[in-house]
Design a protein around this ligand. Structure first.
Ligand SMILES: O=C(O)C(=O)C[C@H](O)[C@H](O)COP(=O)(O)O
Length: 208
């Protein structure tokens, strides 16, 4: 699978912060039950790698991704833990080389035209716009479509059920990312029905 097909699996990529690997399997099952298969587990917590391993082993319908991949070492650790793809808030030459060598889909983050052009030079044409709302959101994506028509985006940062549909209506947007499918309170309460309901709502957001 490449980044294009990956982002076509689900209109929304949940950005998941796991504090306790023990709940990762139930959480992943709740999202998959709501039709969301592509899961971005951020590397921001100690539990992240163990969570990826468990989901990979126990939830075969999920596609497990690593988020917040900032270095070659992060990417290698995530792949060892079973990650099937990676995303980053940005891109460095070292990370670009590691991602190309890994052979897994990798979606680097960009926030400007120059960053998008550098990412394209490094071989990436499917990019995360991050932090989407803060750097111009829909207006920026519309403006980039003119000079950079080959690029496709997964905007992330400040997106939720209220504005996701507007992003998905843009021709250069393949999917959106966001943390709104996994609210901290629902995770703490292990309210899997709530998370399945949010996932169902998100999976019905049609692309175009
Ligand atoms: O951890 C990463 O790699 C990131 O890129 C950050 C996340 O994508 C955003 O924190 C999600 O943003 P919200 O949906 O506004 O909460």
């Amino acid at each position: 699978m490449d980044a294009l097909n990956l982002l076509r699996q689900s209109p929304v990529m949940p950005v998941i912060v796991v504090n306790d690997a023990a709940v990762a399997v139930d959480l992943a099952r709740a999202l998959v039950a709501g039709g969301i298969r592509t899961l971005e587990i951020t590397l921001r917590t100690k539990a992240a790698l163990a969570a990826m391993r468990r989901i990979r082993d126990e939830v075969p319908d999920a596609l497990v991704g690593a988020g917040t991949v900032r270095t070659r070492a992060h990417l290698e650790a995530a792949l060892d833990a079973g990650a099937q793809f990676g995303l980053s808030p940005g891109l460095t030459p070292e990370l670009a080389a590691a991602a190309r060598a890994s052979g897994v889909p990798f979606i680097p983050g960009v926030a400007t035209a120059s960053e998008a052009m550098r990412a394209q030079d490094e071989g990436f044409d499917i990019l995360k716009l991050f932090p989407a709302e803060a750097v111009g959101g829909i207006k920026l994506l519309k403006a980039l479509a003119g000079p950079l028509p080959e690029l496709r985006f997964c905007p992330t940062g400040g997106i939720d059920a209220s504005n996701a549909g507007n992003y998905l209506a843009l021709p250069n947007v393949l999917a959106v990312g966001g943390s709104w499918l996994t609210p901290e309170a629902a995770l703490a309460a292990q309210d899997w029905d709530k998370i399945t309901a949010l996932a169902l709502e998100a999976s019905q957001l049609a692309k175009r």
